[in-house]
Design a protein. Structure first.
Length: 481
């Protein structure tokens, strides 16, 4: 069936969902492939972390700027640029013969993922009228949830063939998404976006985050002096970023947003839970395959309880928020996540799967209970004119959480492993970093998150809000990890 004026909006949705599907699948399949990657390209422990951190850091640095570039120069144009770069990065990753080439490929994927993440749903909201947007958003969210949930199983099956297939499979989906979007999606911009990009802030943020994460990842491999010097450089650059953001006209991060209690609380929950998610998804597949000797397929099946609950819990998030309120729901979810992580600190080389199942399932339920309400709580407290920057910073917060938490957890893991602890004991010990992070996130959630005056479904889809407002912030509504 060809593209017509009547069905153009549905083709646009399909193209946007293709990009979203790739991002969600990537968040699980690459982590599952790490043991195979390490053995095949002889990657070091630090190099293996950079396979994940290089991708996450790049997205964190660029996601807000990518959304602004879309507003300025055309969302369709910048989204397509992202899909092309993601495909190029997939080719480089799939063809990599050593860890450096693979890390380069992952960075290129991150360059592409940033505009895909920030503009996917903006394309959809541009073509659907307000009365049809809830249905379109439901389909978009369902695609995201399904991709996230099937990732471990699909990844396991593909890795059994060859770990490189997980990157090569991105090509046909990317080509299809590019072709559909190019043919179907109309171009759109934001006339009020202006023409300024915060280049000094972008430079300071890039240097600061990279230096701090590099210091954490290389803490066990480099001399103490080099690590300390790098950490100081990173912190100074981040301090410069903070100063720059208070002076520029169009900042990457508007720090005054965090003076809003509910937004701060939801951001803290997002940082803690998503950071813990990436740490779990990095170490647990390695434990299952390298320590327990399970195949990638079986490991994927065993770790499904972390991702599957989102499919069953999230569709009811609107009703749950209406009945219990975002604060109680999110705090309950954070407590479940904390309990699940505490269970995983008991990990041993011969632990039964029942122990793992309890930990995985509790953490998976936490993701389902917290993810949609965190965006509801954050955005409901924001004035309409701050919706765009607030949603962008919230997305940046989530991706940055993965990079920082993974680096910190990895530093503790390598320190324990270097002190002659077993792999399993080192994984269990490093999980305490996620426990501490989630404990703080749980407390801040309860203290700062407040329910809207009229609890109900996500305020962005309740009634018929202005299309422009939806366009700015609904693309971060749920599921992006």
């Amino acid at each position: 069936m060809g593209i017509t004026d009547a069905n153009r909006k549905w083709w646009t949705l399909a193209g946007a969902c293709a990009g979203l599907f790739l991002l969600m699948l990537d968040s699980t399949v690459v982590a599952l492939a790490l043991p195979a990657i390490r053995h095949d390209v002889d990657a070091s422990a630090e190099g293996l972390q950079w396979v994940m951190n290089g991708y996450l850091l790049t997205i964190a640095v660029l996601v807000v700027t990518a959304g602004r570039l879309g507003d300025m120069f055309g969302r369709k144009r910048v989204f397509l640029f992202g899909m092309v770069f993601f495909a190029i990065g997939s080719v480089v990753s799939g063809a990599a013969g050593d860890q450096d080439a693979l890390i380069l490929g992952r960075v290129l994927q991150g360059v592409g993922a940033a505009p895909m993440l920030s503009l996917s749903l903006a394309l959809v909201c541009n073509v659907f009228p307000g009365s049809e947007q809830p249905r379109a958003l439901g389909i978009w969210a369902a695609v995201s949830a399904v991709a996230l949930a099937i990732g471990p199983l699909a990844g396991g099956l593909l890795i059994e063939i060859d770990w490189r297939v997980i990157f090569w499979m991105n090509l046909p989906v990317s080509v299809l998404g590019i072709a559909i979007t190019l043919a179907a999606a109309p171009e759109s911009t934001d006339p009020e976006a202006g023409d300024r990009i915060d280049w000094p802030g972008l430079a300071a943020l890039s240097v600061g985050l990279t230096a701090v994460v590099l210091a954490l990842v290389q803490a066990d491999a480099w001399s103490a002096g080099a690590v300390i010097a790098l950490a100081v450089i990173g912190l100074l650059a981040l301090g410069a970023f903070w100063a720059i953001e208070h002076r520029v006209h169009a900042p990457i991060v508007e720090f005054d947003l965090f003076r809003n209690g509910p937004y701060f609380g939801a951001s803290a929950a997002a940082f803690a839970l998503v950071g813990a998610y990436w740490a779990v998804m990095f170490f647990q597949p390695q434990y299952l395959q390298d320590v327990r000797g399970h195949s990638p397929v079986l490991s994927g099946l065993m770790i499904l309880p972390v991702t599957v609950p989102m499919i069953f819990v999230s569709p009811f998030s609107g009703r749950l928020i209406g009945r219990f309120g975002a604060r109680r729901l999110m705090t309950t979810g954070m407590v479940c996540g904390l309990l699940g992580l505490l269970v995983l600190t008991r990990l041993e080389a011969d632990s039964s799967y029942l122990l793992l199942l309890v930990g995985y399932l509790l953490f998976g339920i936490a993701l389902g209970l917290v993810y949609a309400p965190m965006s509801t709580a954050a955005m409901a407290a924001m004035p309409a004119d701050k919706a765009g920057i607030a949603s962008g910073v919230l997305a940046m917060d989530r991706v940055l959480a993965g990079a920082v938490a993974l680096a910190a957890t990895g530093a503790v893991f390598h320190a324990l492993l270097g002190a002659d602890h077993s792999f399993a004991a080192s994984v269990a010990g490093s999980t305490w970093v996620a426990v501490a992070l989630t404990t703080i996130g749980t407390a801040l959630t309860w203290v700062y998150v407040r329910d809207p005056e009229k609890p109900g479904p996500d305020p962005a889809v309740a009634g018929e809000p202005e299309t422009q407002q939806l366009r700015h912030h609904m693309h971060h509504r749920r599921f992006h990890l």
